[in-house]
Design a protein around this ligand. Structure first.
Ligand code: THU
Length: 131
């Protein structure tokens, strides 16, 4: 898989971020198991709890178009350091994981590291836990 291509697409999606409250722009790019690409940005709201992260924007776009599994997701921001998904986004990524979903965490220069969902969300809560 061309991980850097996903990072570049996430960087482009970041340009559409609506972040007037935090000033922190985030972009994400999902590749589904079927090989399709969906991008997203963070979209804030004056009612702060209505804010949605870039990762979930991209995932919601994919799932609502009929996709079921995520092979990889790239995340980026304007930070010097790598940007990692928040806890809620890790849980949502986990819900739509494939066998080996990759999380590509990038910085503003496009430098990145690759993780697996199990690395960043060990012992995830899943439907199996509901007995
Ligand atoms: N944000 C994301 O888009 N993804 C993350 O994983 C972390 C946080 C956004 C939400 C909010 O708009 C801003 O970054 C500051 O928290």
């Amino acid at each position: 898989m061309d991980y850097y291509d996903l990072v570049k697409k996430a960087m482009k999606a970041k340009e559409n971020a609506y972040a007037p409250y935090s000033g922190f722009r985030v972009g994400a790019c999902v590749k589904t198991q079927d090989g399709r690409i969906y991008t997203g940005c963070n979209i804030e709201n004056s009612s702060f709890g209505a804010t949605i992260c870039a990762e979930r924007t991209a995932i919601v776009k994919a799932i609502s178009e009929g996709e079921t599994k995520i092979s990889a997701i790239a995340i980026t921001s304007d930070s010097d350091g790598l940007t990692y998904p928040c806890g809620i986004c890790r849980q949502v990524i986990s819900e739509f994981r494939s066998d080996n979903t990759k999380i590509i965490c990038s910085n503003k220069k496009g430098e990145y590291k690759i993780y697996e969902i199990n690395d960043i969300l060990p012992h995830a809560f899943t439907k199996e836990d509901m007995g």
